[in-house]
Design a protein around this ligand. Sequence first.
Ligand SMILES: Cc1cc2nc3c(=O)[nH]c(=O)nc-3n(C[C@H](O)[C@H](O)[C@H](O)COP(=O)(O)OP(=O)(O)OC[C@H]3O[C@@H](n4cnc5c(N)ncnc54)[C@H](O)[C@@H]3O)c2cc1C
Length: 459
Amino acid sequence: MNRDERPISFWLAGVRPNPEPPLRGRATADVAIVGGGFTGLWTAIRLLETQPDLRVVVLEMETVGFGASGRNGGFCEASLTHGLANGLRHFPDELDILEREGVENLRALVEFTRTNGIDCDLEPTGMLTVADQPYQVDEFQAWAEESARHGEPLEFLDREAIRAAVHSPLWQAGLRGAPERTVILDPAKLCHGLKRVALERGARVHERTRVTGVERMPGGVVVRTGQGEVRAAHVVVATSAYSGWLRRLSALFVPVYDYVLVSEPLTPAQRASIGWRGREGMSDANNQFHYFRLTADDRILWGGYDAVYHVGNGVGSQFDRRPATFAKLEAHFRAAFPQLADLRFPDRWGGAIDTTTRFTVTFGQTLGGRLTYALGYTGLGVGASRWAAGIVRDFILRPDSDLLRLRFVRTRPFPFPPEPLRYLAVQAVRHELDRADRNAGRRSLLLRTLDALGIGFDS
Ligand SMILES: Cc1cc2nc3c(=O)[nH]c(=O)nc-3n(C[C@H](O)[C@H](O)[C@H](O)COP(=O)(O)OP(=O)(O)OC[C@H]3O[C@@H](n4cnc5c(N)ncnc54)[C@H](O)[C@@H]3O)c2cc1C
């Protein structure tokens, strides 16, 4: 098999897609959902949990899990706010509620996989964040104290302790988070498990069905596809970084390409040489950060660092492989784990992240309340998408829900400017973030100004 014929990601290679037929002709539904990733599938399931006789149709332009849901790192976290620090910055008044909701959401997600027989190699490992720069050590100590005050205990590991846990000459300190807040899993297996459950509960799923437009009609909407249409009372847009097809969403997000390597399985000697007995999900603490973890069969997944924006909210298969980023990631890996100098990385891919200026999922309704959208997880949607789907369900079936009154749900992030300013702004901020990483974390005037305005760029 040559490289281009390989499945998009290591994860998608491990599931049998078995696609449902495309939509042809006219259909009717109570709710049509556009997008067959975590957001779309959880929305179908949560709607049917609340109202089992609802007619729900999911329309996916490729096959389920084609987007970020089948390409991510598989870190499934409790945080709904893209981490506690970001939550404190944007939603200090609601943080206690959001933290409680997030922990409960992760607990319910794990339980759902168990009660529905979804085998997605889920491991409750917790998270280990490492400092690889001396200036970060004091920050880690301060952060351990601050986060404990907000009910998120983190264990501080000094240089000796972190290197004993995971053997790398780079680590200067570590912070260990609890398994109640991070599990690792195989995202494609989860996604395909959700599809099975959605079908079992009565949802219809049409794959290879691209939605081209939505229009208002009396009493609902018409959702047009290449070869047909669905007339529905409501439509849910769950198309994440691919939401450019709906022009009114384009100011809310930018698609940011993030890249991942997966190694061949480690030999017993290689496995022994790195420690990592806790199998934690890991990341470093730089602006341009790496995330890394073990797979169920003891490969290493190593991703992150570059966050690439293509002008005009560009997405497409031409961006899925980026040799320059792959080479950079591989070099960074070898610096972190010199004992694995010979380890090869046969699987490498990229995917688009739906980034907003405040890094959290954002919701809204248009077409007189007939269209509801949820997007913008900014690289932390594996867990949060289940919660967001509950919010979408509430918009449609439970408009009195208290959660709909949260500022987190009601308000929208600062918009991105139109092109060509958008491209220039993203490039400028990326440049400054890189500079800060090379300059002991010191943030430039531009970054400090954006911080003060509550605007950021991340993946
Ligand atoms: C490389 C990478 C690493 C990541 N790592 C992590 C991680 O470790 N942990 C974490 O929490 N998050 C991570 N994320 C983010 C996470 O994957 C996403 O937040 C999450 O999968 C979003 O799910 P979604 O269903 O909203 O979007 P998607 O999974 O992107 O689904 C959108 C779907 O809509 C379909 N679609 C688009 N347009 C149309 C149309 N017109 N008609 C019909 N269908 C359409 C697409 O084909 C796609 O399947 C990562 C993302 C990437 C790309």
